[in-house]
Design a protein around this ligand. Structure first.
Ligand SMILES: NC(=O)c1ccc[n+]([C@@H]2O[C@H](COP(=O)([O-])OP(=O)(O)OC[C@H]3O[C@@H](n4cnc5c(N)ncnc54)[C@H](O)[C@@H]3O)[C@@H](O)[C@H]2O)c1
Length: 287
């Protein structure tokens, strides 16, 4: 595989966990962000996570020592990318920003480096032509929380070489994941397509007064064996994210079915984005 050094772009919710996952798996990791606040929070997350894992005997002293030595949070993309064999971009979900990051990475990273985006919805063919190495640009999609969730979707757009896909499948396994190879680009890839059907139906039933938030979630957990209900999961991934994705999809397709549901819009307008703000479909301030 020959991947030793990994650069993660973005130290937010996903980036900080992907960087930590890679460091606990033995890689040298540079995680870059333009926000000093985000870098500080990411370092605090790592400093809080390591002792908790140690107390639960889920991490060895050697792994902790490796993370402390080999995980670097930096504000300079050039420093982060210059020795990278693999780059995983987890910056904000905005096409123009991602294209400009990839153009910069193409200039800064060694020619052999693979450039992956963790984007949930932007396919790599919308980004690859901003670089001179489209055969090495693909989607490597982790799930939240990236340290825990086993699936990684590795998506082969028409421009991506088999060699690139195979290397990223191998890397995913080295990170302790079970990669799913997605042979063609498709909006939402595998899991978010299935998730969106379930959440759309859950929101529809809530909007129609057919059942309560709790009854919908409990029924899905109890009958379908899902560990979380769809509305609980929306609170975790972020109602703001779901709202923007729905609106973006609606703008693209013009199909009213793609619009976010009234219950979601209502919460978005109130600023109740889910766990991150303390309220969403559930009230976490009381828990
Ligand atoms: N949140 C999820 O559940 C989830 C799951 C899977 C994939 N994703 C994808 O991961 C990506 C990141 O999502 P997130 O939830 O971690 O977002 P986030 O807002 O928590 O973090 C994004 C980070 O990117 C940084 N950033 C912005 N512009 C930058 C630049 N030019 N260079 C470097 N850093 C920059 C921001 O400062 C921020 O810290 C998105 O593409 C999203 O679609 C998110």
């Amino acid at each position: 595989m020959n991947i030793k050094t990994i650069c993660v772009v973005g130290a937010g919710l996903m980036g900080q966990q992907i960087a930590l996952l890679a460091a606990t798996s033995g890689f040298e990791v540079y995680c870059a962000d333009t926000s000093h606040e985000a870098l500080k929070k990411a370092q605090e997350f790592v400093d809080g996570w390591l002792p908790k894992q140690k107390a639960k005997e889920r991490i060895t002293d050697e792994q902790i020592a490796h993370v402390n030595k080999s995980l670097h949070f930096v504000d300079n993309l050039a420093d982060a990318a210059k020795n990278a064999d693999m780059i995983i971009e987890a910056a904000v979900e905005n096409l123009a920003i991602k294209r400009s990051i990839f153009a910069e990475l193409d200039r800064l990273a060694p020619p052999h480096a693979i450039l992956a985006t963790n984007s949930s919805y932007l396919v790599s063919s919308k980004i690859a032509d901003a670089t001179s190495r489209p055969d090495k640009v693909l989607n490597m999609h982790f799930f939240n929380p990236a340290l825990i969730m086993k699936t990684v979707e590795v998506v082969q757009g028409p421009h991506v070489s088999d060699e690139t896909v195979e290397k990223v499948m191998e890397l995913s396994r080295a990170l302790g994941k079970r990669p799913a190879r997605v042979n063609k680009e498709i909006y939402g890839f595998l899991c978010n397509r299935i998730f969106s059907v379930i959440t759309k139906e859950a929101c529809y039933m809530l909007d129609q007064g057919i059942a309560s938030v709790e009854d919908i979630d409990n029924a899905v957990k109890g009958a379908l064996g899902h560990p979380m209900g769809p509305l609980e999961l929306l609170d975790m991934t972020g109602i703001d994210l779901e709202y923007h994705l729905g609106m973006e999809r609606f703008r693209e397709t013009g199909n009213p079915v793609d619009k976010p549901s009234p219950s979601l819009v209502e919460r978005y307008a109130r600023g109740d984005y889910g766990r991150k703000t303390g309220k969403g479909y559930y009230d976490y301030t009381k828990k």
